[in-house]
Design a protein around this ligand. Structure first.
Ligand SMILES: *Cc1c(COP(=O)(O)O)cnc(C)c1O
Length: 362
């Protein structure tokens, strides 16, 4: 019998959990109870009552005592027909595209291998590199958040990245890089290039029709930004040689039965989803021009459902909006290129009026 005090959970965790994980901060989600929520690129429109009723009826029929369809076969068939995929193209589904980022990363990661992205960009790329033990290389964007092609090509030649992530359009800048620039990156990369099209519904261009042209391109999509963030469904399209490997890393039942049924009920309503996206694109133009009219504001061109603005004092305006019940994203301090930047999700017309009025008053 020993009389020594046993180690505390914290002491054991500090000894056992990898130091790079201990150094991370868990993805922070702000509480937004009762606020106008313009921080997370959600679609502001609820489903119409008739569709909600139909969804409720179909969800009630789901056999929750059974495991879901492990491969999401019916959802895949629907997406294949909606996207017009060729048989040679592989399709894999994820519990949000976040899970696909994790699947892709864990499939290619080896000790010391490199993930490379132009930055600032979506933070989950770097987080997943850390989880998987990859080294993350950030290639700073150029002027006006454009892709610095010479710097990218030089970094690709030097680092030989196993994985390159290009968000197209980029989050948090909204920039849609020229397709020729992304083409050069894909051609130069020795490994897989993920073109993350989370915002494709709001963007004028896509690499999805060109997947067959490249042996190393994977296009990542999600339904989150078009009104279905709550169901957690992402998908990726690449040559079957890629998706066959990724399927081995996917957890067998990653898409739950309720998600599959919700997707099969809502995704066929293409006119509804497209109308909402069109409304948001029009609201985006209105928000951009109103924000550009405010003194000291610089609005960056965006092809996503958010606007990045550089303001005179981002922390002060962020707090001022918050005290008026409006939540946006304060990017000040995230990356040297984002000093005094706020990211404002395009909301409903009333939400956008509120944020414009509040910023004007502040
Ligand atoms: C929002 C976002 C995602 C995450 O999408 P989920 O499908 O909700 O996990 C992926 N990539 C980018 C660039 C995003 O902005």
């Amino acid at each position: 019998m020993t009389t020594e005090q046993p180690d505390s959970p914290g002491e054991i965790a500090r000894r056992v959990v990898r130091p790079e994980v201990q150094a991370l901060t868990a993805y922070a989600v702000a509480t937004a109870e009762g606020m106008i929520k313009l921080d997370a690129m959600e679609n502001p429109f609820p489903l119409p009552p008739e569709l909600r009723a139909r969804l409720g009826a179909r969800l009630a029929e789901v056999a929750v005592n059974r495991y879901p369809d492990a491969g999401g076969g019916a959802v895949k068939a629907l997406l294949r027909s909606q996207l017009g995929l060729a048989d040679s193209e592989g399709l894999i589904l994820g519990n949000g595209s976040d899970e696909l980022i994790q699947i892709i990363t864990s499939a290619v990661a080896r000790p010391g291998s490199v993930m490379l992205s132009p930055g600032p960009t979506f933070v989950m790329y770097r987080m997943n590199a850390t989880y998987a033990g990859m080294r993350y290389v950030d290639v700073p964007l150029g002027r006006d958040f454009g892709l610095d092609v010479p710097a990218m090509l030089e970094a690709i030649a030097r680092e030989r990245p196993a994985l390159v992530f290009v968000a197209y359009p980029n989050n948090p800048t909204g920039t849609l890089y020229p397709a020729e620039a992304v083409d050069k990156v894909i051609r130069a990369a020795p490994g897989l290039v993920v073109v993350d099209e989370a915002y494709s519904a709001f963007s004028s261009d896509s690499f999805l029709p060109h997947v067959a042209r490249y042996p190393n391109l994977l296009v990542l999509r999600t339904v989150s930004k078009v009104g279905l963030a709550g169901i957690r469904l992402g998908y990726a399209v690449a040559a079957r040689a890629w998706t066959d490997e990724l399927e081995k890393v996917r957890q067998p039942y990653n898409l739950n039965a309720l998600t599959q049924t919700a997707a099969l009920t809502i995704l066929p309503e293409r006119a509804l989803l497209e109308d909402q996206a069109a409304t948001l694109r029009a609201e985006r133009s209105r928000l951009e021009s109103r924000l550009a009219g405010l003194p000291g504001f610089t609005v960056h061109p965006t092809q996503a459902n958010f606007v990045l603005v550089r303001v005179p004092d981002a922390p002060r305006l962020f707090e001022g909006l918050k005290s008026r019940g409006i939540l946006v994203k304060n990017l000040h301090g995230w990356h040297p290129l984002l000093a005094n930047c706020l990211r404002i999700t395009v909301g409903s017309p009333a939400d956008n009026d509120a944020v414009i009025a509040a910023l004007g008053a502040l």
